[in-house]
Design a protein around this ligand. Structure first.
Ligand code: TYD
Ligand code: MG
Length: 474
């Protein structure tokens, strides 16, 4: 028989402890440990259960016929790109993101698209009343789509309802944190409930062949169980990102058993819902400050798609003992590394300056290929000289100050050419895979060369500026 021992479970990562403590040692979060009833932890496991006689199954060779997983493309191209071509039958997908980012909007749009294509799509809301979901659908112009709606939170009731009639192709559960199951008696929203409810829903998906999408809120404070615990149970995890100040939203695959994880989908939040952005470079460069010192255009690649984005840097004399290094949209450690290389190998002194770096448009870049563009923006800001407005930059910088080649150079240059750029500063060794390009390509072997080029312009211009000031004085 299961004993009734209280267990303390971290609501962020699911680690269990014998007593309460302030900090979870497994994930490092504070105040996330909550008492849960141990007898309900693992309903299926227990010494009291009689053993079942196993049923033998067939073992298969590694070599054999493989069939492509049957997919259902929803028709929203940016969404399908991230899932790897559509929703896989019998799969479970988790869409995570901050509250208010637009998860419900995206998924009702996806459900409507699937329904319009003649498939059964069900949308279960645990957070909003049916009237609220309808209101949103009305605003999005989706009321004519045959999506089946309900406001429900009991997973047993949901599964029983879904079993009636034709098996749905797509089921959306918004959100998994509001669901609860009878098999455990913890409060809804706790890790145990979230995990058990997800288990029931995923089992339903596997058995019936319906694709199920679970929505999960990501909360920093750990009051509501994070979808972390569900991540390893589902086939794919997508994160929906963006910040309140920008209308861009990025859908990114974090894990995908059936497709790539480096693709992103770009959307724009408008008054009429999320619109797809099929040419994100144009969008990210639309508010460019041409001819201002401290900005460089980075020719990046996200998955298979090239993406041009502006890197903005501000280097200003500091009044603090330890200068500030603030980054938005890029890796802090990577910035420290570029700064160190500039100091050590290029004679650029930044220890008396604060450095601020921002990736325009609210995008988050993970590619090391942005090193060269970041360095160019930093130097440009320091010497107060604008970089050529028609130039793009890409290349990885090594600790020795050498500019390393990066993948997909040709694709990056092609995108730059398409958007009207005339010049590119690229790694020296990238020449081989550049292919045909109309851009004037400057091959750089070391960061020091780039710094010398930029500061040479500063000397030219600086003289002129001084001369001009002298004239005004005189
Ligand atoms: P929502 O999908 O409810 O977010 P989530 O489910 O992730 O919590 O979207 C919330 C925000 O989106 C809300 O602040 C309003 C905005 N929004 C628009 O700007 N346009 C629209 O057409 C819709 C439906 C929402
Ligand atoms: Mg919502």
């Amino acid at each position: 028989m299961a004993r009734n021992v209280p267990t303390f479970v971290c609501q962020n990562c699911g680690a269990a402890y014998g007593r309460w403590q302030g900090k979870c040692e497994a994930c490092g979060e504070w105040n996330t440990i909550v008492e849960e009833n141990a007898s309900t932890q693992s309903p299926a496991i227990g010494p009291g259960r009689p053993g079942r006689k196993g049923r033998p199954f067939a073992l298969e060779p590694l070599a054999g016929e493989t069939r492509e997983a049957p997919r259902l493309a929803c028709g929203i191209a940016e969404f399908d790109r991230v899932t790897g071509g559509g929703f896989v039958r019998g799969s479970a997908l988790l869409v995570g993101g901050d509250p208010g980012i637009g998860k419900s909007t995206l998924l009702i749009q996806a459900a409507a698209a699937v329904a319009r294509a003649g498939h059964r799509a069900v949308y279960i809301s645990g957070e909003e009343a049916v009237a609220q979901v309808r209101l949103r659908a009305e605003r999005l112009g989706l009321t004519t789509a045959a999506v089946e709606l309900a406001a429900e939170t009991s997973v047993e009731d949901i599964v029983a309802t879904l079993r009636q009639g034709k098996t749905p192709r797509l089921v959306i559960i918004d959100s998994i944190q509001t669901m609860w199951t009878d098999i455990v008696d913890s409060a809804p929203g706790t890790v145990t409930q979230v995990r058990s409810s997800a288990q029931v829903l995923i089992r339903y998906a596997k058995r019936s062949g319906a694709a199920i999408i679970l929505v999960g809120h990501v909360t920093k404070d750990g009051q509501i169980a994070g979808p972390r615990v569900v991540e390893h149970m589902v086939d794919a995890v997508l994160s929906f990102e963006g910040d309140g100040a920008h209308q861009f939203r990025i859908l990114r695959a974090v894990k995908n058993r059936f497709g790539p994880t480096d693709e992103i989908g770009v959307f724009e939040m408008t008054g009429a819902g999320l619109q797809e952005v099929s040419n994100p470079s144009q969008l990210f460069l639309s508010e460019r400050d041409r001819g201002t010192p401290g900005t460089a255009v980075f020719a990046g690649v996200e998955g298979t798609r090239p993406l041009l984005v502006e890197i903005q840097a501000l280097v200003a004399p500091t009044s603090l003992g330890t200068p500030r290094r603030a980054v938005v949209g890029w890796d802090q450690n990577r910035l420290s590394m570029v700064i160190a290389v500039l100091e050590a190998h290029c004679g650029v002194r930044l220890s008396t300056h604060d450095v601020y770096l921002n990736v325009a448009g609210g995008l988050r870049i993970v590619e090391p290929a942005a090193d060269l563009a970041v360095a160019a923006a930093l130097v440009s800001s320091l010497v107060n000289v604008a970089l050529p407005a028609d130039a793009v930059y890409f290349g990885e910088v090594s600790l020795s100050g050498v500019v390393r080649p990066v993948a997909q150079s040709a694709a990056r240059l092609k995108e730059a050419q398409k958007l009207g750029f005339k010049r590119a500063v690229v790694p020296d060794t990238a020449r081989a895979d550049i292919g045909d390009t109309e851009l004037a390509v400057t091959a750089t072997s070391s960061l020091a060369t780039l710094v010398a080029d930029i500061s040479a312009q500063s000397v030219d211009r600086g003289d002129r500026r001084v001369a001009k000031l002298r004239q005004q004085d005189g």
